[in-house]
Write a protein that binds this ligand. Structure first.
Ligand SMILES: NC(=O)C1=CN([C@@H]2O[C@H](COP(=O)(O)OP(=O)(O)OC[C@H]3O[C@@H](n4cnc5c(N)ncnc54)[C@H](O)[C@@H]3O)[C@@H](O)[C@H]2O)C=CC1
Ligand SMILES: O=C([O-])CC(=O)C(=O)O
Length: 313
């Protein structure tokens, strides 16, 4: 009996897209189609072939195909969009907005045509606003249009907490809510290590330093790389989301979802805790927030609205 393999298309075969392709294949989550612009068709095919040639060594049977033809993405179960430009030192994610909005719109027009039943995950920045552009262009139900920010921001936050306490990252739990910008909201009250609240283990001023470092975590990498932005941790985050959906794991993880009244926001895409499973975003959890936490989330929501409002495509 033939085993059904899922089909995962990644649009944008740059640093994040290519890294995600390899990580997905290594976990055998499905066959991967790596798609970029026609001018980059050969390099895209080259990356895919290079990854395939790693498969006998790493012992994975997922197929990876490089292409610039959307027909190769037909009937994908999941489409991951990493197409667009990345920021350089001195830039904010919001500086990318109109260039990437045009790219995300044109990509989504093709995705809508060839993979109308897919679940779409957006990475391109500024990602809250790009998820909105994708939603508007695709016309898919809101549960099938998902942005990536919270897994990555939470991963950075948990890395710093584990480092601070010299404990395993496996035992650190946390949540980062809000927009994927410097106003994001790491929720200290909901953070723990082995079940122990972190504010009983780490002094307040060190927690504040960790929160601040998390908020500018993307910029820290941009400044170190000098010519592009992070890709290993972003790719790992996309893989975790894809796995939760394809294996119907119903994981509780923060992702960018359309808010229609949740947390008091209307018609806004922003990071909130959700249940991620075969239905995509199956549920949004509304956490109880203190007035201080709510004020911080309001500030983040305002930043997301400001950048979403300047989109001209
Ligand atoms: N939401 C998040 O947490 C994160 C978002 N990002 C964002 O992801 C995006 C990609 O980052 P990288 O992979 O590092 O950039 P990159 O420059 O390495 O790759 C982008 C790729 O998109 C391709 N592309 C451009 N227009 C396209 C189109 N119309 N159709 C298909 N492909 C197209 C380019 O040819 C390039 O290969 C950036 O906007 C970056 O800011 C990156 C990391 C984390
Ligand atoms: O910082 C950037 O431009 C890329 C990104 O979103 C991140 O790494 O968090």
């Amino acid at each position: 009996m033939a085993i059904k393999r899922y089909k995962i298309t990644i649009v944008g075969a740059g640093f994040t897209g290519a890294t995600t392709a390899l990580m997905l294949a290594q976990k055998e989550l499905g066959n991967v189609v790596l798609l970029d612009i026609p001018q980059l068709e050969n390099p895209t095919k080259g990356k895919a072939l290079d990854m395939m040639e790693a498969s006998p060594v790493q012992k994975f049977d997922s197929q990876i195909t490089g292409t610039s033809n959307y027909e190769d993405a037909a009937d994908s179960d999941i489409v991951i969009i990493t197409a667009g430009i990345a920021r350089k030192p001195g830039m904010s994610r919001d500086d990318l907005v109109n260039t990437n909005a045009g790219i995300v719109k044109s990509v989504c027009e093709n995705v809508k045509r060839v993979a109308p039943e897919s679940i779409v995950i957006i990475l391109s920045n500024p990602v809250d606003a790009m998820t909105y552009v994708a939603y508007k262009t695709l016309g898919f139900p809101k549960n099938r249009v998902i942005g990536q920010s919270g897994v990555l921001d939470t991963a950075r936050y948990c890395t710093f907490i584990a480092e601070e306490l010299d404990v395993s990252v496996e035992d650190v739990r946390g949540f980062v809510l809000g927009g994927h910008g410097d106003d994001m909201v790491p929720l200290v009250r909901y953070s723990s290590v082995g079940g122990i609240p972190i504010d009983t283990l780490i002094p307040a001023e060190r927690i504040e330093a960790i929160v601040q470092r998390t908020r500018v975590g993307g910029g820290e990498i941009v400044n170190l790389l000098g010519n592009g932005s992070a890709y290993y941790a972003p790719a790992a985050s996309l893989v975790q989301m894809t796995e939760a959906i394809l294996k119907d794991k119903k994981r509780i993880i923060p992702v960018i979802a359309l808010l229609e009244g949740e947390y008091g926001y209307e018609n806004l895409f922003m990071g909130v805790p959700t249940r991620l499973g075969a239905g995509g975003i199956e549920q949004i959890f509304e956490l109880e927030l203190t007035s201080e936490e709510k004020a911080a989330l309001d500030k983040s929501a305002e930043s997301v609205r400001d950048v979403t409002n300047i989109i001209t495509v």
